[in-house]
Design a protein around this ligand. Structure first.
Ligand code: PMP
Length: 411
């Protein structure tokens, strides 16, 4: 049983209280972008109405307030993932930017010809293309940890793929398509046995489960604000201090410099070394507010609630003839279900569901290598968050049944 009342939560999300195509909106696309509670949007308005100003420079009052807000947000993020030091939290534009930072800054200086970069076939494009490019720049080899038929990474496969030639292991914590939850703590252990670093894509895990970067012992961990009740345009790169310390910036300009001469310059300390230019001030402050909102409910409660909803959805969807669900069983998956209905193209399916007010995603979900593995060009996906209920699932099921019936008519 959920320990929090969804009715109370929904009140904080005015966007959910609307009709789409004449029907109550049922939003099942939080894995792409989650909705934002008024506490978070209020914090943005409050920032612009009260203390909008540049950070780290001015001595005037507004500048100090903005700097305090921004640096307190960093501290909130540090606590959220239990990083040891505030210097380990770098604000970025999102997960994609965070992963690219690691690929360029760590990758270009630590990977060379003949080395291996280990990824998986379940990666989002954001965690595969930067490594393909790094492999091309350096002459390194890209290797894939094979999945079992349920789309999981078994220990043996992990042990066999990571070798002494491996320099970087880049793996997602939770698959945005299969919902697979990877044992990144174990993968980190194996990577470290071979003196490789592990960079984890946490875009789909940080919003939904407790993440403790020290316990997982991962070297890099990236996530995005807009998938965890926060605003768009901000994300986080966590990196171990001893690694970040040795890394060079990939962007240069204001704020990140220490001293600038005519021919050369030196950098500030962490973490501003990686935050050139005016940072994402309002966005960081709003992300911290989203974290406060999540903390108040508790990530364990959120995880439990999503499990109940996804378990119910999985069972009900399994009863529909010709509906195929991809990925592991509900006890081993996160709160999303990727599926196809026989005889209905996923885009037609998503369009038909939208006409009933139900928002699901259709396409390749930025995971074309995984689509290849599934032998599908595209799929539909329903994803759940704290504001979704089993009633939402009932509406989805009814809409799916009607759609299937409609498409099975012979014209
Ligand atoms: N990785 C995964 C697993 C994702 O689901 C996403 C977003 N769909 C990303 C990376 C990229 O995140 P962003 O677009 O916020 O950079």
């Amino acid at each position: 049983e959920s320990t929090f009342k969804v009715e109370n939560i929904i009140k904080d999300f005015p966007i959910l209280n609307q009709q789409v195509n004449g029907k109550k909106l049922v939003y099942l696309d939080s894995s792409a972008t989650s909705q934002t509670p008024t506490q978070v949007t209020d914090s943005i308005v409050d920032y612009y109405n009260r203390y909008n100003s540049n950070v780290h420079r001015g001595v005037h009052t507004l500048g100090t307030l903005a700097t305090d807000g921004y640096e307190k947000a960093r501290e909130t993020v540090r606590r959220f993932i239990n990083a040891q030091y505030f210097e380990e939290i770098v604000f970025t534009r999102g997960t994609t930017a965070a992963i690219n930072l690691v690929a360029y800054s760590y990758g270009d200086h630590n990977v060379s010809e003949g080395d291996e970069i280990v990824v998986t076939q379940m990666e989002h494009h954001a965690n595969i293309v930067p490594w393909q490019q790094l492999a091309k720049r350096t002459g390194a080899k890209l290797k894939f940890i094979p999945m079992n038929e349920s789309g999981e990474l078994e220990r043996e496969a992990i042990e066999q793929t990571i070798t002494d030639n491996t320099k970087i292991v880049a793996v997602t914590h939770v698959s945005n398509v299969l919902g697979t939850i990877n044992d990144v703590k174990y993968i980190a252990e194996v990577a470290h046995q071979h003196d490789a670093v592990i960079a984890v894509d946490g875009a789909q895990s940080a919003p939904h489960m407790n993440v403790d970067v020290q316990d997982l012992d991962v070297d890099f961990f990236s996530f995005s604000g807009h998938k965890m009740l926060g605003p768009t345009g901000i994300g986080v790169l966590y990196g171990k201090r001893e690694l970040l310390d040795k890394m060079e910036p990939i962007e240069f300009g204001g704020d990140m410099i220490d001293f600038v001469g005519l021919e050369d310059a030196t950098w500030t300390d962490l973490p501003t070394k990686f935050e050139a230019g005016t940072p994402l001030i309002a966005e960081a402050i709003a992300l911290a507010e989203a974290i406060r909102y999540i903390d108040e409910i508790g990530l364990d409660n959120i995880h439990q609630h999503e499990f109940e909803v996804v378990n119910y959805a999985y069972n009900e969807m399994s009863k529909i003839d010709g509906l195929e669900i991809y990925g592991p069983t509900p006890d081993k998956r996160a709160g999303l279900i990727t599926f196809n209905v026989e005889g209905v193209h996923p885009h037609d399916l998503a369009t038909a569901l939208d006409s009933e007010g139900v928002a699901v995603r259709a396409g390749h979900h930025c995971a074309q290598p995984l689509m290849k593995w599934l032998n599908q060009s595209s799929t539909a996906r329903a994803s759940f968050y704290i504001y979704n209920t089993t009633e939402d699932v009932d509406i989805l099921i009814q809409a799916l049944k009607r759609t299937k019936e409609f498409f099975s008519y012979e014209f």
